[in-house]
Ligand binder design. Sequence first.
Ligand code: NAP
Length: 292
Amino acid sequence: MTINESIKGKTKIACVIGNPIAHSVSPQIHNTISSYLGIDLAYIPFLVKKESLKEAIEGFKACSLVGFNVTIPYKNAILELLDNISEEARLIEAVNTVKNVNGKLYGYNTDCSGFKRDFAEETGTNFFDKNIVVLGAGGSSRAICVKIALEGAKGISILNRTAEKAELLAGYINKNISDIAKAFGINACEAKSRLSEADIIINTTSAGMHPHMDSMPVESGNIFSRGQIVYDLIYNPPKTKLLAEAEKAGCKIVNGLGMLIYQGIEAYEIWNDVSISKEDARIIKELFKNYL
Ligand code: NAP
């Protein structure tokens, strides 16, 4: 028998809360970052039931936790339990990262900032003055649409299976950020011309995700044009049917693994006041490519 020294009295603790939580890969991401950087921080998952959310958060305030992540279904419900919320998270109406500073809780959205960082790194460009199509109008679409509107996109076309949800989101962007968003049913004629004219296409739907790998969010065939950037938030499989079709048409394709890793990296940076270099981030991303 040997003495297990992986967690000691001075070890910093962070966690993730959600329901369900067993599927979360955040513990692996954060504990890997800790061991790679040599930082004494341990990260654990907590299953929190809806009726216990407030109590759990009060408990975190009383403990010396450095911070925590929030996943489905609490990214919105957590807002009213925090002391301070970043401007972006307030606009998205979702927090996935909380920092505990002497019992005061500060909320952030690193899904959107992680997405921006990965996009810039993978494509060498940004959203300023671009025509962008966003497929989907759920939770992750809201984070992406707010971010790209804040970053100066020229136009955002939100295409969704349920057109009413796209209309609500477009209306929200137009009212609260800038008047650049339009909504369409995902297979409407107008949607097809939006797709062909776009500089950037971002899939935020779950269509094509494991195990429904034959599924596509839009009707297959001649959707893409050479030179477009197509970013799919899905990372399992690494190349969705949508990305395979885009690649065939000569587009630059990126999957959602980098966004996943960067939302973790940004949370880690917020809690520990450290900055993780592009090179270190690349190494961590490579490691998870073969894991997920
Ligand atoms: P959500 O809130 O449930 O939204 C799901 C969206 O997908 C809705 O717009 C829905 O349309 C659409 N959709 C579902 N099945 C479809 C189908 N067969 N055809 C066309 N549209 C379909 O989910 P979410 O939280 O936004 O997550 C969406 C995806 O993003 C998931 O695959 C998730 O894993 C991924 N994601 C990745 C990261 C990352 O870090 N890489 C982060 C967050 C999310 P309706 O409105 O018509 O139902």
